[in-house]
Each structure stands twice: as C-alpha cells, then as structure tokens.
Design a binder for this molecule. Sequence first.
Ligand code: PRE
Length: 101
Amino acid sequence: MSELLGIRSSIDNIDAALIHLLAERFKFTQQVGRLKATHGLPPSDPDRERRQIARLRNLAVDAHLDPAFAEKWFNFVVDEVIQHHVELANGAGAPGTADEL
Ligand SMILES: O=C(O)C(=O)C[C@]1(C(=O)O)C=C[C@@H](O)C=C1
C-alpha cells in the first residue's frame, strides 16, 4: 500500500507543522500572560475570544472545515492559555515550559 504510506507521510508533515505552530502560539501567549500579570489584567478577555471565534468560524467555512470544530479547537487551546496566565499571575512558571525547569 504505497499510496497509504505516501498519504500518511503528508499527514505526518502536517501534524509536525501543527505542533510547531502551536509551540509558536504558546510562546506569544506566554508574553501576553507576563504582560497581563505585570499590569494586573485579568487572565481571560471574553470580548477578544468572541471576536476571534467569529473570525475563525468564517475562515473555517471558507476553508470547508466544520466551524463548530474550529470553535471547539480554539476553546480547547484558550482554556490551556488561561490556565498558564493564572499560573503566571500566581508567580509560577507555566507547565511544560523552560520556566518549570
Ligand atoms: O489576547 C489575549 O488577551 C490572550 O490572553 C490570548 C488569548 C488567546 O489565546 O487567543 C487567551 C485568553 C484570552 O481570553 C483571549 C485570547
């Protein structure tokens, strides 16, 4: 089944790209978390989340991706980000980062 192997190889590349993109995203959200902690801002920003969800749902429709899945993915990631923000505000490093070492 060389066709299956070829397709899986492309899936492997896409999964690797997604991990790198997520790592980059978390680097930036850590910067946001540090700024929020320094300035005493709340960890979550529901207005920003609402705007981003609307934007991502539109992008998903254009890309023929289920918009409900796009929203679920975003909420999953943002829940983790908010957890990191809370830990930074409490003076702890975020889990799984160099801060923890
Ligand atoms: O933009 C912010 O204020 C963030 O903290 C980042 C982020 C996100 O990961 O997109 C996370 C939490 C907020 O509720 C909104 C957005």
